[in-house]
Design a protein around this ligand. Sequence first.
Ligand code: BG6
Length: 477
Amino acid sequence: HPQLDSFPTDFLWGSASAAYQVEGAWDADGKGPSVWDNFVKIPGTTFKSSNGQVAVDHYHRYQEDVALMAEQGLKAYRFSIAWSRIFPTGKGEINQVGLEFYSNLIDELLKHDIEPIVTIYHWDLPQALQDEYQGWESRQIIEDFTTYAKLLFDTYGDRVKYWVSLNEQNVFIMHGYMMGTHPPAVRDPKRMYAANHIANLANASVIKAFREGGYSGKIGPSFAFAPAYPLDCRPENILAYENISDMSAHFWMDVYAFGRYPRIMLKNLEKMGLLPEITESDLALLKEGKPDFMGLNYYQTMTVANNPLDGVGMSGEANYTGEKGSTQESGMPGLFKMVENPYLERTNWDWTIDHQGLRVALRRIASRYDLPVLITENGLGEFDTLETDGTVHDQGRIDYLQHHCLAIQEAISDGVEVMGYCTWSFTDLLSWLNGYQKRYGFVYVDRDETSEKELTRYKKDSFYWYQEVINSNGQSL
Ligand code: BG6
């Protein structure tokens, strides 16, 4: 691809995970329970009642996993810290063993020249904070989250240069408080917008603390961005596209980057009686929380069309992150409805496959926010087959990643500053709601929903493919 710019020499070729999805050891060494530990016990919440009690046992096998990362040549590994491993009840007494676990993991990575990218919050809220003050619905969490983050900065800041504050605030807030499919399983838009505002304040407070503490390195949130397309050029469909863009993208990213909500959304929420309490000092704090980069979790795009006032409403699982299947009839009357994009194929979980959408996402972030982008997640969740000889032929994943990597290179050539690319995921892991059958990794982990088996690791074909990409700094694409 001679017409394209090369990847920067310090490009972070990486991969990612989250504590609850890989660690297991859910109650080991003083760890307190998280809301996810309890939520999965409620019948019907997850596929075949799958849970993260053992997950892929990364807590006990991190050295083996890091050795595999080193063999592949990873430049960066993004992982999250389980808050309740550090503070079993969310605050107060520190669990030194928990603190040590991540310290050891960081050292192990650095020993192999792998840059740690640490996510401070990837959804596993300490249950104690949910019980005491309803977690994200109380402003008390701003202080507790900041105390926890500062401890991480103080403990690991000498070794960690990249921090992700909140992972996919849009997803955990919408699933948790509107669709009721994540803890605390609330279905109430008013409470959702209130909790979301508090999460914005907590995010800004942590970034502000990072700046004030004078730590070196960079910090930003990771946003689940599913760029929207209008169905066609009919003006009413363009308007639907404007609506979804404000509601699903600007409503979060404007707050991160500019410290303010989009005015169309404010008016909208006011009309619907859903506007949260936003004080002058809140606005001042939001302004102080400007990130160094936008973390981008990209999986798919969504397509929208006009939806009359008596049109289709939100249905069950559907939402406007585009993340729950693109073919479901759903929408907001008078604003937009989701429609099928006839030009795109879909995964077995009904997510559109759209590598050009990644270039679009990168371009939109660069143009609107003028921030560098760290791609913190992207990958293909699919069934994989372990052959009797221990191989896994995941050509579909290779094709998917290949196209997405080229889309990144195109975006770089367009002028977007892309810091790195973390695929989702390094090893197979627990998909929050879809069990162990929906696999994302370069490394197959032999377990399923009913049996942990031996949890043996096997390198998939994609493992070797990415090894070559990293080794050639993208020249092999
Ligand atoms: C993102 C999350 O939403 O998507 C990950 O940050 C998650 O934790 C990933 O696993 C894939 O989603 P799913 O539903 O396929 O597991």
